[in-house]
Design a protein around this ligand. Structure first.
Ligand code: NAD
Ligand code: FES
Length: 283
């Protein structure tokens, strides 16, 4: 059992939790993830580790309340317990040799982009951070991202905060303005990662993406998380979740990620809160 020591909402649909998991906290490296089960009826859900504090034995997870399991997790409070946490899983992010990096987060993907920026920045690498959100109301981790980058650029799709537009347009203008990046790290919606990699490729810049296919065991046994990278089948849980963005088949990943959309929506419709006994509506 893993105790929740802190819980707060970063925006109405994104929550941050600190959880006591000393063995995971000691071993975790940026880019790695856990698989959790809320309780013995819960499905296994992967979540990238947003932060790890070996001294206190806590890990931080940040998640969007988007399906039944994340909703059940969000219903847990400080002092309560998560049944299982397996981790750290996957390969740490490989950034050796990078000197000028642009770390791009899209929406809730910023929760994962932020620890990447933090690790690079503390290692003395020059880091620009580019964070895109739909609007001002859902901006998360601004202070944290600013503190762990040389420059933070925020864009919103509707222009309600920062610069108006997508992160793709901002990256293009930073590159054209002579930013001189030697690595782009992108984490967020699949379409965003695909388009960012296209821009990086044209400019001859290396790109790393963190992929989030559907996972079950998280240990390379079920084959559920397979992705095609450079024409080869790779398992995101053990070979990734980070991959060379110039080699990923993003269209296939998009298709595979939407396979269970109907079932996920149905599970949300039928959800009855185990704490209150109330049926909850979708959304
Ligand atoms: P979102 O749809 O609000 O998009 C966030 C930003 O991405 C936008 O503001 C924009 O700048 C950019 N973007 C989106 N669509 C684009 C397009 N067509 N062209 C160019 N730029 C575009 O994001 P959200 O709803 O917060 O969802 C975040 C996504 O990140 C989810 O799909 C989630 O699965 C993914 N995610 C991935 C990981 C991981 O480890 N790989 C972790 C967390 C979240
Ligand atoms: Fe089963 Fe990766 S989640 S092989």
């Amino acid at each position: 059992m893993y105790k929740i020591t802190r819980k707060r909402y970063l925006n109405p649909s994104v929550a941050l939790m600190k959880v006591e998991a000393p063995l995971v906290a000691r071993a975790a490296k940026p880019g790695q993830f856990i698989v959790f089960r809320v309780d013995d009826l819960g499905e296994r859900v992967p979540l990238t580790i947003a932060d790890a504090e070996p001294a206190s034995g806590e890990i931080t997870i940040i998640f969007q309340i988007i399906g039944l399991s994340t909703r059940l997790l969000s219903e847990k409070n400080e002092g309560e317990f998560i049944l299982d946490i397996a981790g750290p899983l996957g390969q740490p992010t490989e950034t050796a040799g990078a000197k000028r990096v642009c770390v791009v987060g899209g929406g809730v993907g910023c929760a994962i982009a932020y620890p990447q920026a933090k690790a690079l920045h503390s290692a003395g690498v020059y880091v620009d951070m580019l964070a895109g959100f739909r609007n001002k109301d859902i901006v998360i981790l601004e202070t944290e991202m600013r503190g762990q980058s040389d420059n933070l650029y925020i864009t919103t799709d509707d222009g309600s905060y920062g610069e108006k537009g997508f992160v793709t347009a901002k990256l293009q203008s930073l590159i054209e303005g002579g930013a001189g990046y030697d690595l782009i790290i992108a984490i967020g919606p699949v379409i965003m990662m695909k388009l960012l990699c296209g821009i990086a490729k044209k400019a001859g810049i290396r790109a790393i993406v963190s992929l989030n296919p559907i996972m079950i065991d998280g240990t390379g046994m079920c084959g559920c998380c397979r992705v095609t990278v450079g024409g080869r089948t790779r398992f995101a849980c053990v070979d990734g979740p980070d991959f060379d963005g110039h080699l990923v088949d993003f269209d296939e990943l998009s298709r595979r990620n939407s396979v269970y959309r109907e079932q996920e929506a149905a599970a949300m419709e039928k959800h009855v809160c185990r704490l209150t006994g109330r049926e909850t509506a979708n959304g």
